[in-house]
Design a protein around this ligand. Sequence first.
Ligand SMILES: [Zn+2]
Length: 353
Amino acid sequence: GYSKLYGCDYIKVSEKNGGRRIINENEAQWVRKMFEWLVNDGMTCRGIAVKLNSLQVPTKYNNYWSRKVVHQILSNVAYMGVTLYKQGEPIELPDVTPPIIDKALFEAAQKQLRRNFEKASRNMRRQYLLHGHIRCRHCGKPYRAQIQIQHTKSNTYHYRRYACLCAKPAPDGPPMKRCHNKGWVADRLEALVWTQIERILADPSIIVAEIEKQRQCIGDVSHLQTELGHIERQLKAVDRGQAQLLDWAIKGFPEYLVVSENKKHNAKRESLKVQKADIEQNIRASQEAAITLPKLERYVELIRERLSKLDFETKRLALEMLDITVWIDGCNVEVTGIFPISDYAIVTPQMDG
Ligand SMILES: [Zn+2]
């Protein structure tokens, strides 16, 4: 329904789709302030909620202000006088809600909400070392970074956490309501994973082996290109054969012969095309290796020199360069990446989560 709106009172009218809102000035003054705090002062929804609570502004139902409620208000079109009746397709009802703020302020507010969201995402990446690098072994979805709030009698604690927060099962996964894979305290998981990364970066033999493997890959390119040329010539031969066949058909050769020959040509072409795609893919992989190799060599040199005193951004870059994915399966943590890190699966005793 559209009856309960902070900033307005509701008047019942005894007709179909009846009911009107009138401005409740006690509440409406706070709605205007909320929009102004957002647009003029760039405050966050959480900040606004804290401020409203500290000013002891009553909510409609005598609750505390939460970030979520503030966000709902600041993104509700009703405050510029648009009433959407949402039962199935939303219908706009005219003359139900009087505007509390104008359209320009509302639109500025939506822009600021987006800016706040983007800034929060940037801060999130800045704060969480493994953000974007963790995946759930159970459902395949990325783990998300979150702040866990824990209340005790005397205090409230905030701590950083990674968890699989997916609500839906994977399309090809087992049917389940929600993924129950273990959540990890961020400090602990980050320390665990970074220890493994450090070991890889500090061990020249692993790096040399990988670089050597990529070198061999590059060496193969000329051989692959010769093979590709061979396949392309065979494909042209098939085309010529089919043209010849058409010629025969016109000259009145028996139809069954022409049809069966044509089938052979088509089968040959299909198989050649598969081989060609395969070789082309290998060539691309080799060319990519040729590009990443010098970059990787320089990078590894740089990292090794100052491994013990890396800052957050450099560590993030290391995770990118090494293409690190951390797979979580309960207490089992597996690190995969450009180096054969998967040999270093970590199994830990059940503790948090
Ligand atoms: Zn999951």
